[in-house]
Design a protein around this ligand. Structure first.
Ligand code: HEM
Length: 203
């Protein structure tokens, strides 16, 4: 089957420059938003409800990184931009932010009241969806290392890592479900996720 592919005008120069970017610099850049949140917290710059603000910011960054990870393959296919080297770092960072988002909710919001937290997860659909998304990301994070890749073999590893597709959709719906008054932002995220997944269907 013929595949549709394009290249950005300076894709090969850009790819050459990207090859010189060490992967650790992506991890370093990924820590900056967290450092920014902590700085704002120390400065009292998180508004009247810092707990909600921390929770929301961490969730938003987690979702943005999930979208960024989903964009890697289409960017290579349709723009000739090769970011594959950075995909694992993007995925690991996404998981870390989702864990921090969940931790902020359990520790700061629910004050470690586990039975109440579990009750809320069951009762509130947006939390059920968020938890389902998180649960799907756990095996991906656990196998995001060379040892797991060797143990599973490339084919099974790739199939397992397709769990990121439903996880992304659930994360997007979780966001859409919790907002009131239909602001455009969650629609943009969910639309981007669905569009990025649709781009894979043509393969
Ligand atoms: C892949 C997993 C997840 C993603 C991508 C995600 C993403 C998000 C996003 C984007 C927001 C909205 C931020 C904003 O309003 O600016 C949010 C809010 C929230 N999420 Fe998550 N989330 C995930 C999992 C979870 C889990 C597991 C829980 C807890 C069980 C959770 C609890 C919350 C809460 C309490 C809020 C704030 C609701 C409010 O504003 O009142 N999320 N999440």
């Amino acid at each position: 089957m013929a595949t549709l592919s394009f290249s950005l005008p300076f894709a090969s120069e850009l790819n050459g420059a990207l090859r010189r970017v060490p992967v650790w610099s992506v991890y370093l850049a990924g820590v900056l938003p967290l450092a920014w949140i902590l700085w704002l917290l120390a400065e009292g710059g998180l508004g009247i409800d810092p707990v909600k603000e921390i929770e929301q910011r961490l969730g938003k960054i987690g979702l943005q990184l999930i979208v960024a990870g989903l964009a890697v393959t289409p960017l290579r296919r349709f723009a000739g931009l090769n970011l594959l080297r950075f995909r694992r770092a993007i995925g690991v960072l996404a998981f870390c932010y989702v864990v921090l988002h969940l931790a902020a909710w359990v520790v700061l919001d629910m004050a470690l009241l586990w039975s109440q937290a579990l009750g809320d997860i069951v009762k509130r659909p947006y939390l059920t969806l968020g938890m389902a998304a998180f649960a799907l990301l756990v095996p991906l994070a656990a196998t995001s290392n060379n040892w797991a890749l060797r143990r599973l073999g490339g084919m099974r590893w790739r199939v397992l890592h397709r769990l990121v597709y439903p996880a992304a959709v659930l994360g997007g719906v979780h966001y859409l479900w919790l907002v009131k008054a239909w602001p455009p932002e969650p629609f943009v995220y969910l639309g981007a996720i669905l569009a990025l997944l649709a781009l894979r269907l043509g393969r």
